[in-house]
Ligand binder design. Structure first.
Ligand SMILES: N[C@H](CCC[C@H](N)C(=O)O)C(=O)O
Length: 257
């Protein structure tokens, strides 16, 4: 298949963006896995497919796929990249609703919507031995995708992330954030992403970390979240919406033959 794509990243969380708005593009899970493969394909943390919007308020319907082929309901860094790619401050339609975006001083802001709070709002196993969870002092919320935030060393992401992603408590798995509270306005974060593993940055994970930390009164409602390659500014508005501001970078365009 001859497929034009744009390679982009948000703080090193990288994406293959395929525009299927004019010419429909359908990809099987196997094709998604192949495109995401860093040795046999193009390589990325998520594949992003642009399709025509079904909501008149939206400019594009954006779908996000992990390298294992699973679909994600939200992807903050990719949402900033799509806003940058389309320009004109598009409204993104996603599985998690409409996401307005703004562009100022070279940075992109996305309203990531209202988080669903706490354990009851992420897919949990009905009967599961959760006695082990207090060991991790975890907090949970959904940004349209499930996040568990642990307030412990970011170094633990590499050693605990995989097991926790696949913990029996999470029948749909989960993104696992490891957050160090550096001050009431600064979090250092590393995320083990569902279906992708350890990534350099995670936008929805940064939103979840701030929401989970605010609920524990560990931080203020506006926080800088520092990840491997830079910072996002996250604000959990009093009206409930979470705003995420940060960079978006286009690396190259290519054609897959
Ligand atoms: N990298 C993305 C998160 C991908 C989430 C995906 N791994 C899932 O299955 O929910 C971000 O910047 O928000």
């Amino acid at each position: 298949m001859s497929l034009v794509f744009t390679k982009m990243h948000g703080l090193g969380n990288d994406f293959v963006v395929i525009d299927g708005r004019t010419t429909p593009v359908t990809l099987t899970e196997a094709e998604i896995r192949a495109l995401c493969d860093r040795h046999l394909g193009i390589g990325c943390d998520q594949l992003v497919l642009l399709t025509p919007p079904t909501d008149p308020e939206a400019d594009v319907f954006v779908r996000f796929y992990n390298p294992d082929g699973s679909e994600a309901g939200a992807c903050g860094n990719a949402s900033r990249c799509v806003s940058s790619l389309l320009g004109n401050e598009p409204v993104l339609q996603t599985q998690n609703g409409l996401l307005p975006t703004w562009q100022e001083n070279g940075l992109i802001t996305v309203s990531m919507g209202v988080p669903k709070l706490d354990w009851q709002e992420i897919p949990l196993a009905q009967a599961c031995d959760t006695r082990h969870l207090p060991l991790y002092d975890a907090a949970a919320c959904s940004m349209g995708n499930p996040h568990a935030t642990l307030f412990r060393s970011i170094e633990d992401a590499a050693t605990l992330g995989d097991a926790l992603e696949h913990d029996a408590l999470f029948p749909e798995r989960a993104n696992i954030g490891f957050a160090e509270i550096r001050s009431r306005t600064h979090i250092r974060l590393r995320v083990w992403e569902r279906g992708a593993g350890l990534t350099l940055a995670c936008g929805s994970g940064a939103c979840a970390a701030v929401v989970n930390a605010v609920r524990r009164d560990l931080v203020e409602r506006t926080c800088v979240v520092t990840m491997e390659k830079g910072d996002l500014t996250i604000t959990w508005n009093e009206d409930g919406a979470v705003l995420m501001t940060g960079p978006a970078t286009t690396v190259f365009t290519g054609t897959l033959v």
